[in-house]
Design a protein around this ligand. Structure first.
Ligand SMILES: NC(=O)c1ccc[n+]([C@@H]2O[C@H](COP(=O)([O-])OP(=O)(O)OC[C@H]3O[C@@H](n4cnc5c(N)ncnc54)[C@H](O)[C@@H]3O)[C@@H](O)[C@H]2O)c1
Length: 353
């Protein structure tokens, strides 16, 4: 088992290893006294892993209740959050108790937000079961729901008590869902680790998933510890996301988050090259790595549509939006772009090179 220690507004451990779901109760009991655990999950993950988690919690003396919602990004909205909060109250969950987020990024973001606001904050544990959640969303304390206006438009910064990543859960993932996590892994490579990028672009990583997850979450931990509340360096983690989020929403979530980020990574690399910020050949190298891993690089939407969505980005501050531009594999920079220039930037990004 690998342990990554996080020291933000809350200190917590990220445990990574095989078969860890059977250890949830034991690991949790080391950190909090036995209490009532509210498992929050989606229907697919429930059918695969709830029984194991529940058994482990019971063995360690935790009583339990469970809330299951319909799988998919379409559930990540205010009415599901409201149902979760009402459920917690009906179950008489108190501030001594704990929420267990069992699932991918959708479960983690929503259960985390519920934990942040229920009785002004109760403890929660992340049990990521997708590759994307393992390398990225379960760590760092961003929790959110989508609004009609855009992705993750309401949320809170709220760190978990523990992240326990059982890599055996990744064995049941569909290929395309696994690939969502590969897009975020390539993002980490482009931000600051060329060796990681190389491993993924040559498909030389499947046997090393534990190590890959440790590298990604350690990078995220380091950045989040320097900028927990996303006012500077943490924005680097949004590489590919401003255009990606716009594409994801335009598709009405038929394009998954990871696939939309893949397209966003390629597009922003194109724009970086067009602006002379990215080294020559950068976008093509990223495109090839994405395609090799079964990820898309093209969006069917117009420049105007994508630009319009990008204007809703949370990195917008008045008249500018911060975009993250890759300069080379392993180095990116943050640039403020005036809102009236965004359409031109998207046009540059979408021009075939
Ligand atoms: N908070 C953050 O820092 C952060 C970072 C990146 C992404 N996100 C968010 O994460 C979400 C995407 O997460 P995701 O890609 O995990 O999507 P997801 O949670 O919707 O999971 C994808 C699908 O995989 C299924 N699934 C989950 N685990 C499985 C398993 N082990 N075996 C078989 N099927 C399984 C789920 O039921 C779902 O249908 C987006 O909403 C995105 O905004 C958040």
């Amino acid at each position: 088992m690998r342990t990554v220690k996080v020291n933000t507004s809350k200190e917590y451990d990220i445990l990574i290893g095989k078969g860890l779901l059977t250890q949830v109760g034991k690991e949790l009991a080391k950190r909090i006294s036995p209490c009532k655990a509210a498992i929050i999950t989606d229907n697919k993950v429930d059918s695969l892993f709830s029984a194991t988690v529940s058994h482990s919690l019971a063995e360690a003396g935790f009583s339990q209740c469970k809330f299951v919602f319909l799988q998919g990004e379409g559930s990540k909205h205010i009415s599901t959050l409201s149902d979760i909060l009402e459920f917690l109250a009906e179950e008489e969950i108190t501030r001594q108790d704990v929420i267990i987020a069992l699932g991918g990024g959708v479960v983690g973001d929503m259960a985390g937000f519920a934990a942040a606001v229920y009785q002004r904050g109760i403890s929660f544990v992340q049990l990521p079961t997708t590759f994307l959640a393992a390398v990225d969303s379960s760590v760092g304390g961003k929790t959110a729901i989508d609004l009609k206006a855009g992705k993750n438009m309401a949320g809170a910064f709220y760190q978990p008590k523990l992240v326990l990543c059982d890599i055996n859960t990744l064995l049941t993932l569909q290929k395309d869902i696994f690939a969502d996590g590969v897009a975020e892994t390539l993002k980490y490579g482009i931000i600051g680790n060329e060796k990681l990028f190389e491993k993924v672009e040559t498909l030389d990583y499947i046997q090393d998933l534990e190590e890959i997850i440790e590298i990604c979450v350690s990078m995220k931990r380091d950045i989040v510890m320097r900028d927990e509340f996303d006012n500077g360096e943490r924005q680097l983690l949004n590489l590919g996301h401003t255009l990606g989020h716009s594409i994801e929403k335009l598709s009405q979530f038929t394009i998954s988050h990871g696939h939309a980020v893949a397209i966003g990574l390629y597009l922003i690399a194109n724009a970086a090259e067009a602006r002379g910020m990215g080294e020559s050949g950068l976008a093509e190298r990223i495109r090839k790595a994405l395609v090799k891993n079964g990820l898309p690089t093209k969006a069917v939407f117009t420049v105007e549509e994508i630009a319009q969505g990008a204007l809703m980005d949370k990195k917008r501050r008045g008249g500018t939006i911060s975009f993250i531009f890759p300069e080379k594999i392993g180095r990116c920079r943050i640039e403020k772009i005036p809102v009236e220039e965004v359409e031109q930037l998207v046009a540059e990004a979408m021009k075939s090179r």
